[in-house]
Ligand binder design. Structure first.
Ligand SMILES: [Zn+2]
Length: 179
């Protein structure tokens, strides 16, 4: 992004689309449901939370947490994961993210954990998080991509760990208490 002047643009997560993503026509007034219709192509458009997957990898009673390599919240702790790709199944998405960020193959253990809905930073869009508990089936965690480092923390260390987001802290606690 260097060299590109970016403009402050206020963002409201509840604002519907204003232009048709298919043809750029200005949409009609949003309906109470939040959808808005395009007078040109007739499609309805909705603003929805973006689905994201995260995982707590557990080994010998400790959880793997990642140190963020970039903004927002650079240097603080979060969990392996990210936004799903279009059409991607959440289970495939979390396996892909673990491969991309850590270079490991994981296997999901137990039921999904569903943390609360949150936004991606104070000015970001709504995220629908889907959490998993997992174990490593092959490879040693080797940070790549947007991860600076990895750490293993125990249940006793969860309260004092410098998590970027409280929902990650709660997810680590839930996974370790259930381990
Ligand atoms: Zn249209």
């Amino acid at each position: 992004m260097s060299g590109v002047a970016r403009e402050e643009v206020p963002f409201s997560p509840t604002e519907p689309y204003r232009f048709c993503p298919a043809d750029g026509t200005r949409l009609g007034e949003p309906r109470p449901s939040g959808g808005a219709s395009c007078p040109h192509c007739g499609r309805s458009w909705y603003r929805s939370s973006a689905p994201a997957v995260g995982t707590v990898i557990v080994e010998d009673g400790r959880a793997l947490v990642t140190v963020r390599a970039g903004e927002p919240e650079k240097g603080r702790l979060d969990l392996p994961g990210g936004f799903l790709e279009v059409g991607e199944h959440p289970m495939d998405g979390i396996v892909r993210e673990a491969r991309e960020e850590l270079g490991v193959e994981i296997e999901v253990v137990g039921d999904p954990i569903l943390p609360e809905i949150h936004t991606y930073g104070p000015d970001g869009g709504y995220v629908l998080p889907i959490g998993f508990r997992a174990r490593i089936v092959s490879g040693d965690p080797n940070p790549t991509d947007d991860v600076a480092d990895v750490r293993w923390i125990s249940l006793e260390e969860v309260d004092d760990a410098d998590f970027a987001w409280e929902h990650d802290r709660r997810m680590v606690r839930a996974a370790l208490e259930d381990a």
